[in-house]
Design a protein. Structure first.
Length: 324
């Protein structure tokens, strides 16, 4: 067992450090905070447009805010909040001093107790709910810190938001692994194989369609709303019942980015990643063929084709310069 410079074992030092961390549990992370804006129709509209959520409950004279916006009303923006307490910063500084200089958000949990409506003024308090013993992850080893925020409207508890981060010491880079024989690049490509798509029960039908050279779009059988990418339920009416329609294949470039960095195996930068809008009024992320990346333009008409990228992977892409 290794001893530290003070003569105590590493286990004892870790235990003493954990005691210091646990002393922060129950201390405030934010006190008497107030949302920078009342709940308002404009932010609700922007949120629903970004999420593709057309639920009628979020519009009209009796509108409520989407429950998942709970945290949005408490966010401080670039200037932050004066409600943030010194205890939370002290905790993060202590972890920094122990080598846990990196941070990643891991998950959040929300509980909804009362709907928020336009005009509500939101107030909140937050507490450091828990600090975990040191954990080892693929990113590195460190401590999970959970804060709980109680969010009120008109003094009445509207919901709680638990937010968890990992403050960690980055793991040493692993040596590059030798790719298995099945990951060999296609002959003559000079590049590794493309990453494999994750196929599960929610999107199996889409990939079955690709195999048959059909681009299938989900359609809610309750309200007829089309949706893409595939989801287990309708984002307009929440129905779980659906069928499919086959895309015609005509589309236009809605937006795009040209990737220069970072380099990624199997892709040769610079290359364009495009968001196209299909004739059916749904959008999908894809690649554009038939035109250099620097000649791509918003509004450019494109046409569906299926591109075989290696011996066992075929993908739907769109070709420019082909009339429907």
């Amino acid at each position: 067992m290794t001893a530290t410079a003070s003569g105590e074992t590493q286990d004892t030092a870790a235990e003493r450090f954990l005691v210091r961390l646990l002393a922060f549990e129950g201390r405030p992370a934010a006190t008497a905070g107030q949302g920078k804006d009342p709940v308002n129709e404009a932010m609700i509209r922007h949120w629903c447009e970004a999420m593709g959520d057309a639920n009628p409950a979020y519009t009209g004279p009796d509108a409520i805010a989407p429950p998942t916006m709970l945290q949005a009303w408490t966010m401080g923006g670039l200037s932050g909040h004066t409600a943030r307490s010194g205890a939370y910063d002290e905790l993060l500084t202590l972890l920094d001093g122990a080598g846990c200089t990196s941070v990643v958000a891991t998950d959040c949990e929300q509980e909804y107790l009362r709907p928020l409506r336009p005009g509500d003024t939101v107030t909140f308090d937050a507490v450091i709910e828990s600090v975990s013993p040191r954990k080892t992850t693929r990113l590195g080893s460190g401590h999970f810190v959970t804060t709980r925020m109680d969010i009120r409207a008109g003094g009445e508890l509207a919901g709680t938001h638990r937010f968890r981060i990992l403050k960690y010491a980055p793991a040493a880079p692993r040596p590059a692994a030798v790719p298995p024989p099945t990951a060999a690049p296609p002959r003559g490509s000079g590049l590794p194989r493309r990453p494999r798509p994750v196929v599960n029960r929610d999107n199996q039908g889409f990939w079955d369609g690709v195999r048959d050279h059909r681009l299938l779009i989900q359609r809610c059988t309750s309200c007829a709303t089309l949706r893409f990418p595939w989801l287990p339920g309708c984002n307009a009416c929440a129905s779980l019942d659906w069928d499919t329609v086959e895309a015609r294949g005509d589309a236009t470039v809605f937006s795009y980015v040209v990737m220069h960095h970072p380099p990624f195996p199997a892709f040769d930068p610079p290359y364009a990643v495009a968001l196209v809008e299909l004739a059916e009024r749904v959008r999908m992320i894809t690649n554009i063929t038939g035109v250099p990346h620097d000649a791509l333009r918003i509004g450019m008409p494109v046409r569906l084709e299926f591109l075989r990228v290696d011996e066992d992977l075929e993908l739907p892409v769109f070709r420019a310069g082909t009339e429907g």
